[in-house]
Design a protein around this ligand. Structure first.
Ligand code: F6P
Length: 525
């Protein structure tokens, strides 16, 4: 079976439409319609989503929605929520949405009561988090835990690291959470300079419990701990988050100290599972539950709102429009919030590991572009770095501006100054400025979406994360790819395993001449 979305009538209609509207500018679209801002805004779930500053007309959106319907997006969405094995290559259900359903809402997968399993783990996490926070779980020598070190990589790092920073104002201030992901020894060593073995808890997070970076860091962390406190200390200072109890036990962590999740939770979708344990310890179970409730509110919006009024769907349709019909290569995410400093990095994995595919779910090479390059930095820092290129460069870069009406940590007039930049930038990007001197003219016509929420609290963070998850899902559904596997990470891992012994020997190398030369250089030290 093949699947060629770019051969459908709906796709071809969009190509024709893109050609016919290529000279329309955002400024001219605003001139023609004084209700444009209201017409292209969705205000729901405490998120005010203004997508009027885009190179789109009502017809564009109608054609894009038609494309989505023709690709069965609604049924694909329902299949995901229902627990069908939509991750076909790995023969797995995709059920991160079940992690944030209200506990009263029983959800069965075959004979398994998924909601009961989820609630059990949440209760276990809450009990443990409370024990750390109220100092009843102490270290081996009886001192309270003051440093949490989350050891994980990819989805076992980026989600919790992003959420911890985002929710810092809600965190217990005398508990520091560190995130160590890189196998580069500097990452762990530099972090441990800030930690005392007697008061440090390691949370080893790995879905597979087979990831070389995480296991190497975990082994080194154990040596650091036991050198000071002896082997018996492991029990009080190491916990694991994984789907693989056998490997956790083999590592030497008592599975009573393991927090379980399941194969139907993809790594990059795992933040609302036990993978969020470090975040829960930092902000407390109540705030973590609020975060889950926010995600669920967005899940419900995604599931029930018509495509035309559905924020993640519209974000996805705009993504398809720019990627496939206006040749944009990248997409910038620009949070006007220092707390969302790690949000673009988190989204890079979410989006690029999900939709960076060139073969569709039937195994046929696609003949259209798929996932864009995702990048970004918080404003206003980005303004003093790369915004020049967005304003006056030659590339089309659709951007998401994310801002908040209220500061979480107010200070003088900082927030107004921040937000005046937020509003100014999308205005400048859309409308530009004429100037006699071409060097100083701004063409404008650079598309932006604005997501304006009340305040960056746990529920709002949950809504934002779920919104992007569903955007990524919808784009993958339209493109006909499986957004839930990641075979593209395998080859590099295999080759590294092969190369590693060669770095410690003098054997003759038999790789390509460049790789041989580079390894020889490395070995010459
Ligand atoms: O190599 C990619 C990947 O498999 C990601 O998808 C995943 O989030 C990361 O590695 C970490 O995997 P694990 O949680 O199994 O250690």
């Amino acid at each position: 079976m093949t699947f060629q979305v770019d051969a459908t009538d709906e796709w071809l209609a969009l190509s024709t439409h893109a050609q016919a509207t290529k000279d329309l500018t955002i400024a001219s679209l605003f001139e023609q319609d004084d209700k444009r801002a209201q017409d292209f805004t969705i205000d729901t779930e405490d998120i005010f989503f203004d997508y009027s500053k885009h190179r789109i007309t009502q017809e564009t959106m109608a054609l894009l929605t038609k494309l989505a319907r023709s690709q069965d997006v609604e049924n694909q969405r329902d299949a995901m929520f229902a627990g069908s094995k939509i991750n076909t290559t790995e023969n797995r259900a995709v059920l991160h949405t079940a992690l944030r359903r209200p506990s009263t809402d029983q959800f069965m997968l075959g004979d398994t009561d998924v909601s009961a399993k989820v609630e059990n783990v949440l209760t276990q996490m809450s009990t443990f988090s409370d024990a750390i926070r109220n100092e009843t779980h102490t270290g081996h020598t009886g001192k309270p835990i003051k440093s949490i070190v989350n050891l994980g990589i990819g989805g076992s790092d980026l989600g919790p690291a992003m959420a911890y920073e985002a929710l810092l104002p809600y965190s217990k201030r005398d508990l520091a959470v560190h995130f160590v992901s890189n196998i580069d020894p500097t990452d762990l060593s530099e972090t441990l300079h800030h930690c005392d073995p007697e008061t440090t808890l390691f949370v080893i997070v790995s879905k597979s419990f087979g990831t070389i970076e995480t296991l190497t860091n975990a082994h080194s962390a154990r040596v650091w701990l036991t050198t000071s406190l002896g082997d018996e200390a492991v029990e009080k200072h190491f916990v694991a988050v994984s789907t693989n109890a056998e490997k956790v036990a083999a590592f030497g962590i008592n599975t009573d100290n393991m927090f379980e999740f399941w194969d139907w939770v993809g790594g990059r979708y795992s933040l609302p599972s036990a993978v969020g344990l470090s975040v829960m310890i930092a902000v407390g179970p109540t705030h973590f539950r609020e975060f889950l409730a926010g995600m669920h509110a967005m899940d419900t919006h995604f599931q029930t709102a018509p495509l035309e009024h559905n924020i993640p769907v519209i974000m996805a349709l705009l993504g398809v429009w720019y990627t496939n019909f206006l040749d944009a290569q990248s997409h910038a995410v620009l949070p006007y919030s220092q707390q969302l400093r790690r949000f673009p990095a988190y989204l890079q994995q979410l989006d690029m590991e999900s939709n960076g595919k060139s073969v569709d779910r039937y195994g046929t090479a696609v003949t259209h572009d798929t996932g864009p390059i995702i990048w970004g930095e918080p404003g206003t820092n980005g303004q003093h770095a790369f915004y020049q290129l967005i304003h006056q460069g030659t590339r089309l870069i659709p951007c998401d501006f994310i801002g908040f009406k209220e500061a979480t940590s107010p200070l003088g007039d900082h927030h107004d100054l921040l937000m005046s930049n937020f509003f100014a930038q999308t205005q400048a990007l859309a409308f530009g400025r004429d100037h006699d001197n071409p060097q100083r003219g701004f063409e404008g016509n650079q598309p932006t979406s604005t997501l304006l929420a009340n305040k960056l609290d746990p529920a709002t963070l949950g809504k934002l994360v779920a919104c992007y998850e569903h955007k990524v899902f919808t784009m993958g559904a339209i493109w006909g790819i499986n957004s839930f596997d990641q075979y593209g990470v395998e080859l590099g891992k295999e080759l590294a395993t092969k190369i590693q012994p060669d770095l410690q020997s003098n054997t003759t190398l038999s790789y390509d001449s460049s790789t041989n030369q580079l390894i020889d250089q490395y070995r010459s030290i």
